[in-house]
Design a protein around this ligand. Structure first.
Ligand SMILES: Cc1ncc(COP(=O)(O)O)c(C=O)c1O
Length: 426
């Protein structure tokens, strides 16, 4: 029967019908027909502890029997308070105020609006522009699209989007001889923009260490440190979109910790609830919060959603964070395995280049005759072949990446490298 469902990021005419999933456990998805599929991308990067984790399921069950939801304006509850407190224990100390929302895009939207109003509340109405990076992806609401305007997905919406100052992202990879030149060029352009126009710049919006959907493009921590120096020097906000890089993805709990940098605003989602339920936060510094704290109602941050701070999602968030605290090795060890298996199975493959690894994420480019990028025709072909072999991998154009749940065993991870090797050899 034709399904009435219109699917996300899917050309409904040409994409094969979706596969019915019966259950999932750890890294494995079990289909209705009994097939087992290894989830090599953590189901769009959210499932950090593996599917159907018993501790998360128990937290959810318990919370559902106690308080499933309550309006978050004028009321509060323990799961949200505990989660906010626990998050702040791990984030750089200038970050001190937690604003809840429901998904990555809304956490970004909140950061955009907070940053914009932060300056306006202080009378700086001329600050209307964000500095953003080529290849950035921040979600698909209008504001989030605007700061990821480099993406060709958004073409139909260009007339609705606002402009930003787009600067190069110094994407690098193993044995990249030009990395310092790329960083210097990017920093020079940013410094020039800030020198000449800092009074109209609201802040710098970046996915720190790894640009996700733009093609798993990675930069060095040094670049972020220099970026922070410029942001401080020219008094603009530094805003980190850690929707994807948060909660251990980069091998540390957050990319800001790994790079020893301190953003003024940070957006978190995906792994926040352990991959169980939609949940996001935007965390702000005390200085930003204080710019809204006022007897003047016009200084209020008028933003919120029906499900803001949902107790079920927050309860899973608390337990997910505890799991990360109890076993940091789970996300730290993956980088060593990635390097080992990459060297063993793929490093010398003639069709692959630009290998890069950051914590739990490994990525590489497939050399093709077509132009590189998301619409490269190799992606759907490979995706289908991986699925037929029992692996969920979704190349971003000719960028191949592996981003598994942290519970993957070394044997399971090696099997991902083996299948890539086998299928590329065809
Ligand atoms: C860095 C980044 N920001 C924002 C988003 C948007 O998150 P969501 O899809 O939950 O709206 C994503 C999603 O992939 C992301 O990777």
């Amino acid at each position: 029967m034709d399904s009435p469902i219109w699917r996300p990021f899917t050309q409904m005419k040409t994409t094969p019908a979706p596969l019915p999933v019966k259950r999932a456990q750890g890294v494995w998805l079990e289909l209705e027909d009994g097939r087992q599929i290894l989830d090599g991308i953590s189901s769009w990067w959210v499932t950090i502890h593996g599917h159907s984790h018993p501790a998360l399921a128990a937290a959810l069950y318990q919370q559902a029997q106690t308080l499933e939801h309550v309006i978050f304006a004028g009321f509060t509850h323990d799961p949200a308070e505990t989660l906010a407190g626990k998050l702040l224990n791990h984030l750089p100390s200038p970050l001190s105020r937690v604003f809840f929302s429901d998904n990555g895009s809304t956490s970004v939207e909140v950061a955009l609006k907070m940053a914009f109003q932060y300056w306006r509340n202080q009378g700086e109405h001329q600050r209307t522009t964000f500095l953003t990076f080529e290849g950035g992806y921040h979600g698909d609401t209008i504001g989030a699209m605007s700061i990821g305007a480099g993406s060709s997905w958004w073409q139909p919406f260009y007339p609705l989007m606002f402009e930003t100052e787009l600067v190069p992202f110094p994407a690098t990879f193993d044995d990249d001889l030009n990395v310092e030149t790329k960083e210097a060029q990017a920093l020079e352009k940013i410094a020039h923009l800030l020198k000449t126009q800092s009074d109209r710049i609201i802040g710098i919006f970046i996915e720190p260490l790894v640009q996700g959907a733009g093609g798993m493009r990675m930069c060095r921590p040094q670049f972020l440190q220099q970026l922070q120096t410029l942001a401080r020097q020219f008094n603009v906000l530094l805003i980190y979109d850690e929707v994807m890089t948060g909660f251990g993805r980069t091998g540390e709990l957050f990319a800001c910790l790994k790079s020893a940098t301190q953003p003024d605003l940070i957006c978190l989602s995906k792994g926040l609830s352990g991959g169980c339920l939609p949940l996001a936060v935007t965390v702000a510094t005390e200085a930003i919060y204080q710019a809204f704290y006022s007897d003047d109602l016009a200084h209020t941050f008028y933003h919120g959603h029906s499900y803001t701070g949902n107790p079920l999602a927050c309860a899973t968030g608390v337990v997910s964070l505890e799991l990360l605290e109890q076993n940091p090795e789970a996300y730290r060890q993956l980088e060593t395995w990635h390097r080992q298996f990459l060297d063993r199975w793929l490093r010398d493959h003639p069709r692959l280049e630009h290998f890069r690894i950051c914590g739990t994420i490994a990525a590489m480019e497939i050399k093709t005759d077509e132009a590189s990028g998301y619409f490269n025709a190799i992606a759907p072909v490979l995706k289908a072949q991986f699925l037929a072999a029992g692996f969920l991998l979704r190349p971003l154009g000719n960028t191949l990446y592996i981003m598994p749940p942290y519970c993957i065993t070394s044997t399971e991870l090696e099997s991902v490298y083996q299948v890539i090797h086998r299928i590329l050899d065809r």
